[in-house]
Design a protein around this ligand. Structure first.
Ligand code: TMP
Ligand code: ASP
Length: 263
């Protein structure tokens, strides 16, 4: 698949056009950001790991009947995906309270929630992706009531599948963020809602079942170190990386800070 011109560059990924107007190439960068770009670094090898982990997870989800944007992984850093009109909403699912929920509402960190909590944030970097209600989504036409009904059902099902997948390898799925879009289905010749995001340790909180060790981007957000080792651990447990694989490549796993401005 020949890579055309760059269509969009986000914080962790780049999208390139292809000859097919309905398909694009998604490139995973090594850049890590937190607090809406205030903290930034290059974590060498992260893009390769997220590409593999996300491919594995989206493939498993699609085997369970979830429609996703993924067509196939092309190489170490790239995937061929369906072009999607992204809803300007981030869908967050929480199984255990931590992060912004504990700060916002004073809920003790680590509180197990009786049932998964769904939150919606407006995707707008300039406003720091504010928390919104469903009514905001309908009022401003960011998605219809029917679309949100479909998305909520998909999200709850994804949470069930992922919770089981991670639990089986000794990991608690604490929370995660996903995005959806509308893409062209060439068989039905209609647009349909698809999961249009990566699912990786960048976008999930993953804790070891026994030790509660963090195996996700909180290692970067909170300066806990060994970021790439944690992502490799997730890949290894999911069976994507052979047991004996170690960080052998020069620079693999090195974190190069770019900037860190205090708010
Ligand atoms: P939060 O506790 O900071 O609101 O994060 C909730 C979940 O969403 C957590 O798994 C991290 C993920 N997340 C992203 O993937 N991107 C983001 O920009 C933010 C703020 C959170
Ligand atoms: N991805 C967001 C940022 O760039 C925040 C986060 O994941 O914590 O800054």
């Amino acid at each position: 698949m020949i890579k055309g011109k760059k269509l969009y560059e986000g914080k962790a990924k780049i999208i390139y056009e292809t000859k097919d107007k309905n398909l694009v190439i998604q490139h995973f960068k090594d850049d890590a950001t937190a607090f809406n770009n205030l903290k930034k670094a290059k974590v060498e090898g992260k893009g390769v790991l997220n590409n593999r982990i996300s491919e594995h997870i989206l493939t498993c989800l699609s085997h369970c009947g979830i429609k996703t944007h993924l067509i196939k992984r092309l190489n170490m850093r790239e995937q061929l995906i369906k072009k999607a009109e992204i809803f300007p909403v981030e869908f967050i699912v929480r199984n255990i309270a931590t992060g912004s929920l504990t700060k916002r509402l004073g809920i003790p960190d680590g509180t197990h929630l009786e049932k998964p909590l769904l939150e919606y944030c407006y995707k707008k970097d300039e406003l720091n992706d504010p928390l919104i209600s469903r009514e905001h989504i309908y009022s401003f036409g960011w998605a219809t009531e029917n679309e949100i009904k479909i998305i909520d059902n998909m999200t709850i099902r994804i949470n069930d599948i992922l919770t089981g997948m991670f639990r089986a390898v000794g990991i608690k799925l604490v929370d995660f963020k996903i995005e959806y879009g509308k893409s062209w289905n060439k068989d039905t010749e209609q647009k349909e809602i698809v999961l249009a995001d990566e699912i990786s340790p960048d976008t999930c909180r993953l804790w070891d079942v026994k030790t509660e060790k963090k195996l996700d981007k909180d290692r970067f957000r909170k300066d806990l170190g060994n970021i790439i080792q944690a992502y490799q651990e997730v890949a290894r447990r999911l069976g994507i990386m052979p047991e004996e694989t170690n960080i052998s490549e020069v620079n693999f796993g090195r974190t190069i800070p770019i900037k860190f401005k205090k708010k």
